[in-house]
Design a protein around this ligand. Structure first.
Ligand code: 13P
Ligand code: SF4
Length: 321
């Protein structure tokens, strides 16, 4: 098997159809748009109006004229949609689905980090809490980080957080120093060259593609490094027939749709060939999606003064990218 089979959830496929049908009815009733990240389970991706990476989803949340936004992802994604849309109902299937990377950056410690470098420009990855965003000058995602950093004048010092792997990748790409917060994503940190190399050896001609949240020791071996949307675009156009994919395996669903003749292998995280999955993204299920729409809850609301502070660096990102 080339990746985990998330279709095999306990609900029967007939009831899945009923649930998907009810979700469609609720979407019309609520005049809602359903946004989903590529790491969610296939059945959620299949009912979503837009499936995308963090930047595409933030853009969709900013520009939609829907009355309600249903966000299937992790907490900071719904929170960003709510920051951009204070007058819309923003709901999520499970508000306990947080991003451990975002949660690994406590606000008091981050303020201290900033205080040690008062003259620096603060660039924060979108995988951060509203409080961290509010303390930042500009937000970035994995698809625009390099572009944003390259627009900061050479003489300015940059603080970058919370992901140290994305930060050091951007430093290498832009050939400039940044001061990094030492956070990481457990899903991507787990990939290593020792366990991926035998998979590549077993498939001559296969290419390795990786998300920049992976460690440098792996990224140096990758044929392509990019955000989830970047990986998808590369997978489609690459001449290789087999691609080993070092990111969350949920993305294989869209890859197989876009390039059905190619073979995609989810990179193993250890010698037992287990997949590196994001437990939090998988907390979004089709039933929870339906229930949150039935109940109009859990809702994500950001306190107004915090929202206004967090909005500025998000808007700046959208203008700069
Ligand atoms: P992308 O913006 O590349 O989709 O990444 C989001 C994410 O959470 C990666 O772990
Ligand atoms: Fe957060 Fe990592 Fe999951 Fe992305 S894959 S949502 S960074 S824990």
């Amino acid at each position: 098997m080339t990746g985990p089979d998330y279709q095999s959830t306990p609900i029967q496929s007939s009831s899945k159809k009923d649930i998907a049908q009810r979700i469609s009815e609720l979407r019309k009733e609520m005049r809602a748009i359903i946004l989903a990240h590529y790491y969610t389970v296939p059945e959620i991706q299949d009912v979503a109006d837009i499936v995308g990476d963090s930047l595409a989803l933030a853009r969709a949340a900013e520009s939609t004229d829907a009355e309600a936004i249903v966000f299937c992802g992790v907490y900071f994604m719904g929170e960003t949609a709510s920051i951009l849309n204070p007058d819309k109902l923003v709901i999520v299937p499970d508000d306990n689905a947080g991003c451990p990377l975002a949660d690994s950056c406590p606000i008091e410690d981050f303020r201290q980090f900033k205080a040690e470098h008062p003259d620096a420009v603060v660039i924060s990855y979108i995988n951060s809490t509203a409080e961290i965003k509010a303390e930042s000058d500009i937000i970035c995602t994995s698809s625009n980080a390099r572009h944003i950093v390259s627009q900061i004048p050479e003489e300015r010092k940059i603080l970058f957080g919370p992901d140290r792997n994305l930060g050091s990748y951007v430093m290498r790409q832009c050939n400039r120093e940044m001061i990094l917060w030492q956070g990481y994503c457990y899903v991507h940190e787990a990939f290593n060259w020792e366990t991926i190399r035998p998979t590549l050896d077993a498939h001559p001609g296969a290419e390795l593609i990786a998300h920049p949240e992976c460690r440098q020791e792996l990224l140096v071996h990758a044929d392509f490094v990019g955000s989830t949307s970047g990986l998808l675009a590369y997978a489609e156009k690459s001449d290789a027939n087999t691609l080993v994919v070092a990111t969350e395996p949920g993305i294989l669903h869209e890859m197989k749709k876009r390039a059905p003749r190619k073979t995609f292998i989810s990179a193993p995280k250890d010698a037992d060939h287990s997949w590196s999955t994001c437990t939090q993204m998988k907390q979004n299920t089709l039933e929870k999606l339906m229930m949150c729409m039935e109940n109009r809850s859990p809702q994500i609301v950001v306190e107004e003064s915090l929202r206004q502070k967090a909005l500025k660096p998000i808007k700046r990102m959208l203008e700069m990218s």
